[in-house]
Every structure is written in C-alpha cells, then in structure tokens.
Design a binder for this molecule. Sequence first.
Ligand SMILES: *Cc1c(COP(=O)(O)O)cnc(C)c1O
Length: 405
Amino acid sequence: MPGYEFFGEAERKEVNEVLETGILMRYGFDGPRKGKWKAKELEEAICKTFGSKYAQLVSSGTAALTTAMSALGIGYGDEVIMPSFTFVASFEAVLSVGAVPVMVDIDESLTLDPAAVRNAITPKTKCIMPVHMCGSMADLEALQQICKEHKLILLEDACQSIGGTYKGRYLGTIGDAGTFSFDFVKTITCAEGGVVMSNREDVFIASDGYSDHGHDHKGVDRGADLHPFIGYNFRISELHAAVGLAQIKKLDQFLAIQKKNHQALKDMLSQIPGVSFRKIHDEAGDSCTFLSWFLPTEEATRAVVSKLKEQGILAGNFYWYDNNWHYIRKWDHLKTSATLNPLHPELKTAVMHHATKDFSASDAIMSCCVSTAIGLMWTPEQLKTKGEQLAGVIREVLSMQPATV
Ligand SMILES: *Cc1c(COP(=O)(O)O)cnc(C)c1O
C-alpha cells in the first residue's frame, strides 16, 4: 500500500544529488544548484504521468487542499459539500480558508452519495469536494452533472487514490482541481508533500503564488518578484521532492502488485456467503490500496474485529466506524468546534451543526465495513495465510450469527 515499503537505493540516489549541491530550497540559487531542480522535475513527471496540464507541489496534502481552495476563490460564506467518511485533513482545509464544511452521507461506494449532495445544496454552496477514499473513486459523472446544473466547483481530494482512474482519466485530474498527498503512508511518498493538479492555468498561477508568500515568480531574482495577492508558505523542499521523484518512477510497479494482491484476497473472501464488497464505480480504475468488505450486521462486523484482535492479526484491517480520524462519529473536536482561535460565529454555528445532524445512512454502511490494506511486500505464502486467517474468522463468526436475510 504505501510507497515507503519500497524505499531504497533510487530514493537515496536522488536525495544525495541534492545533498551534494547543498541547495535544499526549490527556488533560486540557479548557479550553485548545478542544474538540479528536483521539485520542478517532479512537477513535470506528475503532469506527464497523470495527464494533468499543471501541477504545483506543496508541503502536504492538507496544504494542497488549502492552496487549491484559495486558488479556486473559496472562502468566507461559501459552503463546501464533502463526505462524512474522509481523513480530518479534508475539513481542516475547508476551515483554513474560512469556508463552511458541509458533511453529507456516503453510499456503498464509501464516497459521496450524489442524492445526499443534491439535498445539501443551498444558495451558499460553492464547491463539491468528493474524497476518493481508500484507493477508489467517487461517482464523478453524477457529481459533475450536479456541478454543471448548479454552477459549482468540483475539487477532488484524491490524496488516498494516487494512480486510480475513472473512465480512463486519473483521479485528481478530472475536476477544476485535484490533490494528492505524498505523506509517509500514501501510495507514493515524499516523506511529507502534496500536489495541486489542474488543467486551468488560472488555478495553477494562483497555486504557484499562494504556496510561496504570493511571489509571482517573474522577477530576475526572488527579491524582485511582485506580490499580486497575499500568500503563505507551503513550499516543498528539494529533499522531499527528490524522494518523490524516485517513487513516481515505481508507481506502475506498486499498482501492479496492489491489483494482483487485491484480486487474490478478494477471490478468497468472495467465496464466503454473507460477505459483500464496496461498490466501485469503475472497476478498472480501482488503485487497489485497500479491499473494503461488508458483513450483514454491525454485530457480526464487531465480532470479527474483536476476534482478529484476540488472535493478534488485526493489523492492516481498519474498522473505520470506531476510528478517531476517518469518520464523523468520533470527530468530537469538530462537533464542539474546539478550535484554538475563535471562529466567526456563523461559521462556528455551522460547524457545530454536525453534532446533531443525522448520519444514520452513513452509520449503517460504516458500522458493517472493514478495509484491509493491501501490502506491497507480501509473499504469495503470506498473502495466502492472511486470506485464510481472515476468511476463517469471518466464517466462524457468521456461522454463529442468526440468519439475517
Ligand atoms: C492523507 C490525506 C490528506 C492529507 O494529506 P497530508 O499530506 O497528510 O496532509 C487529505 N485527505 C485525505 C483523504 C487523506 O487521506
């Protein structure tokens, strides 16, 4: 699943090239850097690999979302519709630009339910932000249609689905903008890093300046740059970009292994009556970082999770329903608006509204869902053992459950 599993010689070589020049910053120092421009090179590789017209590297996936939202003009008074199941970074970024995160239900695809999105649209809605969770895609066709009808921005949080596609196009390159994260546990890593991708030149120019204090990058040197608008510092370093440059060259290899292991595990679990799988809107485009499966009831799912724990084989199996970071049920800090600095009262009220909002449709899905992370380093024997152990526990639990259908 994560690229760090394959950290090695190639990454060290790229990093060492930067260490040899000592120019760790991505901008300026044209002479001493001796032709080494790792961040620029990685941006070009991202454009080429994923078919995006523009790419702006930044310091994290969260910074990429914040940068993209700013570049798209999302801010005070705007509502951003996003799913109840995502990593906390998605709403952190919305809050960071002063906009209102509006969480809505997901469906069996573990991504935004288009019907729930429609129901949440108000005159203040500015953007729909699908999150392509656990390696696979939201229903982009339906969401694009809604965006078109209501003149909304489509921003893809593709941080977790690098290399996934939808109808032949890479996730993250289909909306007005899209983001990847290159943090340490993502499909490819820079240690820390992220990227904003867009086919819109205006979004790119804004992202480029915003992530570097508003520099227009048109001066003869940094001091001579102009600042047409206020930005921040979300720059990536050359060291981080160097790691990513080695990793992106391995992406095809990572994806091939994931797909193979995912299929093998799915074949084993699909033989068990009562096990069903996440809906995938375009099977061919699943990046296969996880195999997400459902049991018929919350009770059975909890029983499987506790048995896996008892047997010491829970690692790599994620029961998001109880997880502090990925599902709204445990986001008490959001529901109580526990920010360090005061929010605008209107924004605070809108944020706290999530405490009493009905997410029973999401609960029904998430309480029965487990995602199994697909390892890159599994040997065929390990894969077989993992699958057999998992299948054994599921069969045992289901055989003890009263019939539910
Ligand atoms: C990892 C992740 C992010 C944020 O990425 P960081 O690089 O860790 O800041 C945003 N959204 C989702 C869905 C993620 O999984």
